[in-house]
Design a protein around this ligand. Sequence first.
Ligand SMILES: Cc1cc2nc3c(=O)[nH]c(=O)nc-3n(C[C@H](O)[C@H](O)[C@H](O)COP(=O)(O)O)c2cc1C
Length: 204
Amino acid sequence: MEKPGIGIIISTTREGRFGDVPARWILDIASGREDLDFEVVDLRDYPLPLLGETGSSEQNDASESGAEQRWKQKMAGLDGYLFITAEYNHSVPGALKNALDHAYPEFNKKPAAFAGYGGVGGARAVEQLRLICIELQMAPTRTAVHIGMEPLIGVKKEGSDLSDFDFLNESAEATLDELTWWTHTLKAGRAEEAKAAEPAGAMG
Ligand SMILES: Cc1cc2nc3c(=O)[nH]c(=O)nc-3n(C[C@H](O)[C@H](O)[C@H](O)COP(=O)(O)O)c2cc1C
C-alpha cells in the first residue's frame, strides 16, 4: 500500500527568508522515517492571488488561476501537513493565511503539525494556526517545534546548524511521532467513511 504523504509547507515567500532553513532540517529528520513520505511544498511555487480576486474557494471555477488549481490539487493529494511558520506581528504570515483560505474540503479530516520560528519560537503564530486548522476541520497536533532566539542567532550569526540543537531534534521527533499517529488514524477513518458512502452493490 502507498505510504501516506505529508507536505512540509514553507509559509513565507519574501526574499531572503529564513523558512528554507527549518524546512531543510526537518525534511532531513523526516526522511529517516519509513512509514510516511515527505515532500517540501513551497508557497513561492503557488503564486496565489488574494482570495476573491478570481474564483471562490468553494467552486472549481474556470476563472481560477493555474496556481489556485495546482494548490488545491496538491493539498487534496496530501494526507497531512507540517507547517513551517514564521511569526508576523504575532500571527501567521499573510501568504499562509491566504493559501489556507483558498482550500477547504482538501484539508478536512487531516492532521496538521507545526514548526514555528521567531522571538518566542513562533509560539503565538502556531497557536493561531491551530485555531485556523480547527476551522478547516484539520486535527492540529499538541506537540510542535519552536525555534527561538538561541538557535535563530546561532544559525543567522554564528554558523550553527539547527541539527546542532538537541532540544530541537528531540521536539522534531516528538512532533513527527504525533503526526504519524494522526496521519494513519485519520487516513483509515477517511477510507472507512468513503467505503460506507459507496452505493450498495458497488462493493466487491
Ligand atoms: C512583517 C514582519 C513581522 C514580524 N513580526 C514578528 C513577531 O511578531 N514576532 C517575532 O518573533 N518575529 C517577528 N518578525 C521577525 C521574524 O521572526 C523574522 O524576520 C523571520 O526571519 C521571518 O521569517 P522569514 O525570514 O521566513 O520571512 C517579523 C518579521 C516581519 C517581516
